[in-house]
Every structure is written in C-alpha cells, then in structure tokens.
Design a protein around this ligand. Structure first.
Ligand SMILES: C[S@@+](CC[C@H](N)C(=O)[O-])C[C@H]1O[C@@H](n2cnc3c(N)ncnc32)[C@H](O)[C@@H]1O
Length: 206
C-alpha cells in the first residue's frame, strides 16, 4: 500500500469526542500515523503477520493502520472506556477482524511479558501532573515486546531516554524528528495549535 493511500485511509478514523486533558488525549494525525506505520512496515518489516500492541491506543489510529497493513493481530490498550468505544466503532466500520482491545492502566500492567513482536505507541508526554508517565509506558512496552518498540517522545527528553535505554541495555535510534501539531482542544490553550518537537524512536531488543 502506498503512503498516500494509507494516510487517506487513516483520515477516516474518528477521534476523541471530548478529549480528557489529564489523560493527554490528542490523536496522532493521519499524516504522522501513516508515516510512522509506513516506515515500521516498509523499512523494518515489523507489522505484517506480527503480533502488535498499541499502548495508549485511544481511538485506535495506530492499531487500525497496523491491522490494515496486515498485522497478524493488533491489540490496543487504553485506560479510557470512552476512547475504546470510539475505537470499537472505528474497527467495525473498517470491518477489521485482526484487531482487539483491552481496558487497563499501562502503569500497573504486569501481564503480557514478551507476548508481542512489536509495540507501537504515542504515549502521554507527562505534562499534565503525570510526570514520568512516558517512561512508565516505555518500560511496560519494552517488557511486552520480543523484538522492537516504536514510540514518540518530546525531543527535549532525548538525553534522558538515551540514558535509560543504556541502563536497560536496549538499542535506541531516532528514526525521524517531527513537528507535532497539538490542536487547541483544551480551553487553556490560547493559540489554535502548539508545535512540539518530537522524536520518532525505535528501540531494538537484542
Ligand atoms: C497521546 S494519546 C494517543 C492516542 C492514540 N494512540 C493516537 O495515537 O491517536 C494518549 C493515550 O493514552 C491514554 N492513557 C493515558 N494514561 C493512560 C494510562 N495510565 N493507561 C493507559 N492508557 C492511558 C489516553 O487515554 C490516550 O488515549
């Protein structure tokens, strides 16, 4: 599937109706999601026929993209039932059968150790009284994956993440530097959107 085709397919995915500030519910744009998944699929062959987990799946854009790219099965995990209800509607509309979802708190999830080939995620960045949640997501992701983890992180945290990756003996490569356009979905945002510099990172479990 071509990148453009994947992007226009993901533009059909419905997003949060009433985003919850404290859960950092902003959707990955169809453009960014398509670029991420296209690279994971075409450069690293980490989606097709693989068991894929999507942590903090929200309304499911990354899961649906993985399923469309023929993941063996993609399982989305999120704490919020409202988001999962939208995810379920989305996957029904796409008529996907290689998709499933689990409601849970990623911060206390201890199951699924090494049960997935690939973990993908756009985690909360930890800017809403939840400092460190990005690293908790990463730790859980690394415990669940047998092969690789793909994640978005604020570029300002790169050094810290590199240090942790060294401690955990995991190889880390910044695949792309993105400008992430956060929509002004929250009342306290004065501007229409805020640009945040974000790294798209691949962690390789050896
Ligand atoms: C930045 S959004 C990404 C949503 C979706 N993956 C996407 O790419 O559009 C982060 C997601 O993490 C979820 N989340 C926040 N805290 C969580 C937690 N402790 N456990 C599980 N999910 C959580 C939110 O509900 C939200 O759906």
């Amino acid at each position: 599937m071509k990148l453009k085709e994947l992007q226009s397919c993901l533009q059909q995915v419905d997003v949060f109706e009433e985003p919850k500030v404290l859960l950092e519910q902003y959707p990955t744009s169809a453009h960014i999601a398509a670029c991420m998944l296209y690279t994971i699929h075409n450069t690293f062959d980490d989606i097709e026929n693989k068991l894929v987990a999507d942590l903090g799946c929200g309304c499911g854009v990354l899961s649906i993209g993985s399923a469309v790219l023929n993941a063996g099965l993609c399982v989305g995990f999120d704490i919020d039932q409202d988001a999962l209800d939208i995810f379920r509607r989305n996957s029904e509309e796409f008529e996907l059968t290689n998709i499933d979802m689990v409601q849970c708190d990623i911060c206390s999830l201890r199951a699924f150790q090494k049960k997935f080939d690939t973990v993908i995620m756009n985690p909360p960045f930890g800017t809403k009284h939840n400092k460190g949640i990005d690293m908790q997501f990463l730790k859980t992701a690394l415990s669940m994956a047998r092969s690789s983890v793909y994640s978005l992180h604020k570029t300002s945290t790169r050094e810290h993440i590199q240090k942790k990756a060294n401690d955990w003996k995991v190889k880390m490569d910044v695949i792309a530097e993105l400008r992430y356009d956060l929509p002004a979905s929250y009342k306290f945002h004065k501007k229409k959107s805020v640009d945040v510099e974000v790294d798209f990172i691949r962690f390789c479990i050896t």
